[in-house]
Design a protein around this ligand. Structure first.
Ligand code: GLC
Length: 640
């Protein structure tokens, strides 16, 4: 399966929030599961500054966007089994920040347009494009719009991942034509219009083949007015294609046993390092150096949906408890001012940094005992998972991914992985904070066991990656993992082997040429690769003319898919298979489907059972057999 992941940010290139973490770690996880994956994102100034000399220039083109013709450069970078593509346009992306400009809608309109129009220049023609949030929400719309005129775009399926429905890409109705170059029909039928505004996310929800919210609970919440920011009806109507796959975290990057960035390393078996990290944090933040006082950490954007109102309401009650509080984040002025003021009231017990600082956030995850995240809504939330990985017990509200990733502590049976509360109420929050502090101070052994359970939670990406792959496969009419089809009985197929091979030879020849072309095409300048469809389905003109007459007359369906081409590839093609493919791990070759998609070399190397034709092949060959029989009879007649 070939997946293009379209995102406006990705770690390690550029990050403002959780989307970047997901876009940085999901694609490699998909690749590790056997998918072909590329990511496409804008070439921001900061990417150019940090990675510019490592990027490979691929090609450039001019993209028509409404009345404008915009330069679009394409760069690439190979990492973790994934090709990362960068779309270059200095007018739109050579800026200090990623977002927050008056022309953001136009910038990401261009980006989405560029993704669709640059598809022929990528290393593969994708089966599925996974777009993310409003910034790439125009991709499914442009694919449908272009697909009316250009058939090749119709084969591409789309999924939309909603990381936060609050941001919808809203702009005035008149922007549809002059900014995005779309026909008024898109507005007249309501597809892209919401409350009389252009609403890009709504358009994508309607046009995408599948939608994914970033946790099962968030997927359900999106059907409710409280969470959906006016899109609840649309979400309900489209719930038939709605999924909720919980994000993972990069468990290698976030590993207290191997993290060079923290003051002292530690693991479940030896927690001494965590005490050292706590002492280091207290010192660094100007807190009293006391190993016995529980330290509560907050790492958050200081915005309302993170539940900060609750903290503001009961901060003084919280600080009456024997605790220390560390806050890291920036955002709305009212919260920044409140926390800055509160830190002065509780000098030595409360420390605040109004900043976004990766190193300090790691010092907080590793050095704190408790992690507070009382979000009003939280699509998934990654901080609580990172905190748990570092043995910092979470206190969360039961919403979205917080509910799905933290199991409530139950003292009576010594179970759970953190403290939770259901209602958006400051007194409920205060109640569980008291419980947590009490457990820490009065029952240190029970607290240690709770901490250990939190550290042992499995937030690896491979589980979620497989769920994503099932969604991708579903929209393509495939299954994931590919099912191994039962081999057909040998006797049934053996007699037809020869005629079938004869019959299909011309097709194979053309396929071979097509496969060869795909190889050379990769090396050829990108602009020469006009369309993937052209490259894949049709061999170069010369090769086509070389094809024998029967082949030309062969029913079109025989020539339509690459899969069929690969499946039918003769043994001779085996030697021409690309070297990397030959090295592919055996598990990737276990199924008929996988074998069909792989170059013939893999088929040749596959164990004996796999070489046996499976049912479908048998059926094909039976048809081939009767065709061959007919041909033989015809020949006989002619001879007579
Ligand atoms: C957004 C959401 C957050 C989620 C992240 C990654 O930032 O607010 O909850 O974890 O996206 O999906």
């Amino acid at each position: 399966m070939k997946i293009l992941y379209a995102t406006s940010e990705a770690v390690p290139f550029c990050k403002t929030g959780g989307l970047a973490d997901v876009a940085g770690s999901l694609p490699p996880a998909l690749a590790a599961e056997g998918a072909e994956v590329a990511v496409i994102l804008p070439l921001y100034k900061r990417v150019k500054e940090k990675f510019g000399d490592q990027l490979k220039f691929e090609c450039y083109n001019y993209i028509n966007l409404a009345w404008r013709s915009c330069y679009c450069g394409l760069f690439s970078y190979e990492k973790d089994g994934v090709t990362w593509y960068f779309v270059d346009n200095e007018q739109y992306f050579d800026r200090t920040d990623l977002y927050g400009y008056d022309d953001d809608n136009e910038r990401f309109g261009f980006f989405s347009r560029a993704i669709v129009r640059m598809l022929p220049h990528l290393k593969f023609w994708p089966d599925v494009i996974n777009c993310n949030d409003w910034q790439t929400a125009l991709v499914p719309i442009y694919l449908k719009d272009d697909g009316v005129r250009e058939e090749m775009y119709r084969s591409v399926k789309t999924t939309l991942t909603i990381h936060n429905i609050e941001y919808q890409g809203r702009c005035g109705r008149d922007t549809l034509g002059y900014l995005f170059g779309l026909d008024q029909g898109w507005a007249n039928d309501g597809t892209i219009i919401m409350d009389n505004d252009v609403n890009l996310l709504k358009g994508a929800i309607l046009c995408a083949d599948a939608i994914n919210a970033v946790s099962p609970t968030y997927a359900n919440e999106l059907k409710l007015a409280y969470f959906a920011h006016r899109l609840e009806d649309i979400m309900q109507q489209n719930s038939y294609k709605l999924h909720g796959v919980l994000n993972g975290i990069d468990m290698k990057r976030y590993d207290p046993a191997n993290d060079e960035g923290i003051a002292a390393k530690y693991s479940v078996d030896d927690m001494a390092g965590k005490a050292a990290d706590k002492a280091n944090l207290q010192k660094m933040m100007g807190l009293r150096e006391d190993p016995n006082v529980p330290v509560i950490g907050i790492v958050s954007r200081l915005v309302s949906h993170k539940g900060l109102d609750l903290i503001c309401e009961v901060l003084h009650d919280m600080m009456e408890l024997p605790v220390q509080l560390v806050v890291l984040g920036k955002g709305d002025k009212k919260f920044e001012e409140f926390f800055a003021w509160a830190a002065q009231q509780y000098a030595g017990r409360m420390a605040v940094r109004l900043d976004y600082n990766e190193a300090l956030s790691m010092a907080i995850y590793s050095g704190c005992d408790l992690f507070l995240m009382p979000s009003k809504s939280e699509p998934c939330g990654l901080s609580q998972m990172i905190a748990m990985r570092y043995g910092t017990v979470p206190i969360v509200r039961e919403t979205g991914g917080l509910k799905d990733s933290v199991q409530p502590y139950e003292a009576w049976r010594d179970a759970g992985t953190g403290f939770t509360f259901a209602n958006y109420s400051s007194s409920d929050m205060l109640y569980v904070i008291r419980e947590a502090v009490n457990l820490y101070l009065e029952y240190p052994e029970a607290f240690a066991r709770l901490r250990q359970r939190a550290m042992e939670c499995d937030f690896t990406w491979n589980r979620s990656a497989n769920e994503y792959l099932r969604i991708y496969a579903g929209v393509c009419g495939k299954v994931w993992p590919p099912v191994q089809e039962e081999a057909a009985p040998f006797e049934e197929t053996a007699p037809v082997q020869e005629p079938a091979a004869e019959e299909e030879k011309p097709v194979k020849k053309t396929r071979k040429a097509a496969a060869k072309k795909t190889e050379t095409e990769k090396k050829a300048p990108a602009k020469k690769r006009a369309t993937k469809k052209a490259a894949e389905a049709e061999a170069p003109a010369a090769e086509v003319t070389e094809a024998p007459a029967e082949e030309k007359k062969a029913p079109a369906k025989k020539r339509t898919t690459k899969k069929a081409a690969a499946a039918e590839a003769p043994a001779a093609e085996v030697t021409e298979a690309p070297a990397e493919e030959k090295k592919a791990p055996a598990k990737k070759r276990t199924t008929k489907k996988a074998a069909a998609e792989a170059p013939a070399a893999e088929v040749a190397e596959a164990p004996a059972e796999e070489k046996k034709p499976a049912k479908k092949a048998a059926a094909k060959k039976t048809t081939a057999k009767s065709a061959a029989k007919k041909a033989a009879e015809k020949e006989e007649k002619e001879e007579k």
